[in-house]
Every structure is written in C-alpha cells, then in structure tokens.
Design a protein around this ligand. Structure first.
Ligand SMILES: [Zn+2]
Ligand SMILES: [Zn+2]
Length: 459
C-alpha cells in the first residue's frame, strides 16, 4: 500500500488512506539536492512531476520545459520523500475547537508530511464502523493530505470489551489503538492480539501502567523532587512494554509501541526484537530533543504523556533511532485549546503539537550538531507508515509524487507567523530552528506552499 488517497489496496476492502481529491501537480524542481536514502540517491537533480507522478529525474538543467508546469528553483534546497506520521490526534469527531481534519492536515503538510495516521481517542471514540465511516467521509471532503484512521481496540476505550475488529478493518481501519490510555488488562490485550492475527492491522500501544503512573504529572526523578511534583516512573512504561512484547510473541501477533520515552523502554524493545517479536516502535521529536529540565519553567507546553525524561533517556532514544531499534519518528501531535494549557502545570492537559516543527527541531538539535546523519533522519521520518502497511514514499520515476521541499539553511522563529494548526501548544514555540519546509506534494497534489516561497510558471 503506497501513499495515494482513495487508492485501493486490492481485495475489495475499503482503502486505508482517505483524502480530498484535487488537481494533479505539474512541476519541475530544478537543481535541488534529491535525497532518498532507500534508493541510494543523494545528488543535485531536476525532478519532474507530471500529472501527479514523478516522470523524470534528470541531471541538473537536463529536464525539459513543460508547458504550464510550475518551476521551482531548487538550488540550495533539499527535495526529500514526503514524511509519514504514524501518530497524530486530529480531534475529529467532537473536539473541533482544538483541530479538525482541514487544519490538522494543513499543519501536517506544512511540516513536510504527505500522510498521517490519526488516533481514535475522540468524542465519541472511533470504536464502531458508523463513527469510522463518518470521519472517513469528512476526510474525503476536508483532508489536504491522506489520513489513515485507526479504530479503538476496546469499546468506548473502556479497556474491557473488544471492538468489532474484523468489521472495522473491512470498513477501512488502518490499525487499532486505544492511545491516550493503556490496555491495562493483559487478558483483554491477549484476546485483541488473537483477533489482530485474523483481522490484520497492527495494534498500536500507549504503554503505561496506570497504577504506577497514578497521580504523576511529570517524570519521576531529581527534577520532580526539586519541584515537589508527583512523578511518573520510567518503569510505568518499560514494564508494560515487556509484558506486551511477551504477549505478542506468545500469540504470534504484531504490535507497534508508541512514543518511547525512556532508556529502559529502548532496552526492552531491543530485547524483544532479538527474540523476533513482531514489534516496531516510535519516538517523538520532543523526547528526542528535550528533557525534564524544561519543566522547571512550569510551562505547560512541556507537559505530555509520556513525560519528558532525563538526558540519559534522551541519549538512549537517539542511539535507538540511529541504530534502528527505534523504527520511526512520530509527533504525537496533540492540539489543545489555550484554556486547557494556560493553567497551573499540575492541572494542564497532556500533550503538545508538533507536525510543523518535527523536521526543523530534529534537524537543528540532532543533524546540524553531527549527532544524527541527515539520511537517517529522513529515513525515520518517511517510514512511519510501515507498521501500518503503508510503504515509505520514494523519489523514483513512476512513483506517485510525495515530496517535501526544504530550505536546510533557513532559520525561523517558531510561531512568529502563527501556526497552521488550530492550536498553538507547541513546545518549540519562540525557539529559533534551522530548516524550513517550503512546499509539500502529497499523493500527487501540491498540499502546501510556504507563503514566502514564490514559484515561477513556465509559459
Ligand atoms: Zn499515548
Ligand atoms: Zn497520542
């Protein structure tokens, strides 16, 4: 299954990715550095997109003029395969004052994303074919890039009775998750894993032992002690990962572990992978670039679940991302209204937005200082759909065009021009970051153009 909105993946099932139809792109990106790590491509080239497909990759200056095609002068710019985010919250249905499918996909496209996978902890939650059908219908009208919708593992996200997983899969669920909440009861998860083998679609897990984390508002450690705040210990996460990897192995089922935050969690994943457990996992830009030291500011934009942890944990996540123990980057984009964040830290809602800053934050904090090679970052940003059966976009002739055009040297202040997202609880707000997405082509259509980025049109 590749990134094409409304494309069938065969077998008569509903397509897993849905988005709005629109005019197919015709453009020439001249002389940009084309970087596609999987194809071994890293060179200045002309990239020709015709009717939404990559029609030609030529030596710089080698692409012919095409009547009516937009010309992007790409010298000094990067052209990358579009990113795929396996974990976003678009708040539809029920919390459209925080985000909706139009603002959420515009925010994603502004971050270089060509597809996102939306979580199901909505209001009501997406635990029935009827609710799933209604959000998919809305995506066909409102989504500027394709969205894959997960459905809940349990009815009402109550953690007790399983949803109709086979029916939801047929109705287009791309996978299953109760994200926002863990599946605390091992017997319930075990039965879900048995159904997953039949229904297909990975089960994505928010790993947290609710008894261990109960009452905590930040990482348990030196900083929580200094601030006098109740902490969430790292073992709240790692013990659940160990439990669920054991269950997945026992049942021969496939799981995807969401938002790793701690060294012990990385170690549990490495251990499980060594045992051939069918497990993949993700880490977020905030856990890869920030620590619980940021909480000393008492700014609620640093409150998320799992919480920011220590520098040692952060280093383990970076090492895991580099060596592939951590498969992909996920933003866990979690928009909240101002009144839910502009309150004392302990009372604030959990979660931060991140679609518009993922590349810039990781490029600034990890690539520019030489901590992580650019091609590894690009790989981990583009392969986020794979746990859900979505192939990573590629820059190759014949492929549907999914391209992020980025100025790697442009320094900008996050939030100075506002956000495309309806919410502005971004933990990098006010920071200067280097690297900015100028244009995104998703599923063969131009989904985003930076306002300041002028294009030429050949006559
Ligand atoms: Zn979560
Ligand atoms: Zn989440």
């Amino acid at each position: 299954m590749s990134v094409t909105a409304n494309g069938s993946d065969g077998g008569g099932e509903a397509p897993k990715l849905v988005g709005r139809a629109g005019p197919a792109a015709n453009l020439i990106i001249r002389g940009a550095r084309l970087l596609d790590p999987r194809g071994g491509l890293d060179a200045p080239r002309d990239l020709v997109v015709r009717d939404g497909e990559i029609a030609e990759i030529a030596e710089p200056g080698g692409a012919p003029e095409i009547e009516g095609a937009e010309v992007v002068e790409g010298e000094g710019l990067l052209a990358l395969p579009g990113f795929v985010d396996p974990h976003v919250h678009l708040r539809v249905p029920g919390q459209e004052h925080k985000e909706d499918l139009e603002t959420g996909t515009r925010s994603a496209a502004a971050g270089g994303y060509c597809a996102v996978i939306a979580m199901a902890n909505t209001s009501p939650p997406i635990d029935s074919a009827a609710v799933l059908g209604s959000v998919r219908d809305r995506a066909e009208r409102e989504a500027s890039i394709p969205i894959g919708f997960v459905a809940n593992v349990t009815r009402g996200m109550a953690g007790q009775e399983l949803s109709e997983m086979a029916e939801l899969s047929e109705a287009g669920a791309i996978g299953f998750s109760d994200d926002g909440l863990p599946i605390a009861d091992a017997r319930v998860l075990r039965r879900a894993l048995q159904y997953q083998r039949l229904a297909g679609g990975v089960i994505a897990l928010h790993e947290e032992d609710p008894d261990l984390s109960s009452g905590g508002v930040m990482n348990e450690g030196a900083v929580s002690a200094a601030l006098g705040m109740a902490g969430v210990p790292e073992v709240s996460e790692s013990t659940m990962i160990a439990r669920d990897c054991s269950l997945a192995l026992y049942e021969g089922a496939r799981v995807h572990v969401q938002h790793l935050s701690a060294r012990k969690s990385v170690e549990e994943i490495a251990h499980a992978k060594a045992l051939d457990v069918q497990v993949s996992c993700e880490a977020s830009p905030h856990h890869l670039t920030l620590t619980d030291e940021a909480v000393r500011s008492l700014d609620a934009r640093f409150k998320m679940n799992p919480p920011l942890r220590t520098e040692d944990d952060r280093q383990a996540l970076i090492d895991g991302l580099r060596d592939g123990t951590v498969d992909c980057v996920a933003t866990d984009h979690a928009p909240h209204a101002a009144e839910e964040k502009e309150v004392p830290f302990e009372e604030a809602a959990w979660g931060v937005t991140g679609l518009e800053t993922a590349f810039a934050a990781l490029h600034t904090e990890l690539v520019l200082p030489g901590v992580l090679p650019l091609e590894v970052l690009v790989e981990r940003l583009t392969c986020g759909g794979e746990p859900f059966g979505i192939e990573a976009p590629r820059l190759e002739v014949g492929a549907v065009a999914n391209v992020a055009v980025i100025d790697p040297e442009l320094t900008w202040t996050v939030g100075e021009d506002g956000y495309e997202s309806r919410s502005y609880n971004n933990c990098f707000g006010g920071r200067e970051l280097t690297g900015r997405v100028l244009m995104t082509v998703a599923a063969g259509r131009v989904a985003f153009r930076q306002r300041s980025f002028a294009l030429g049109v050949a006559s």
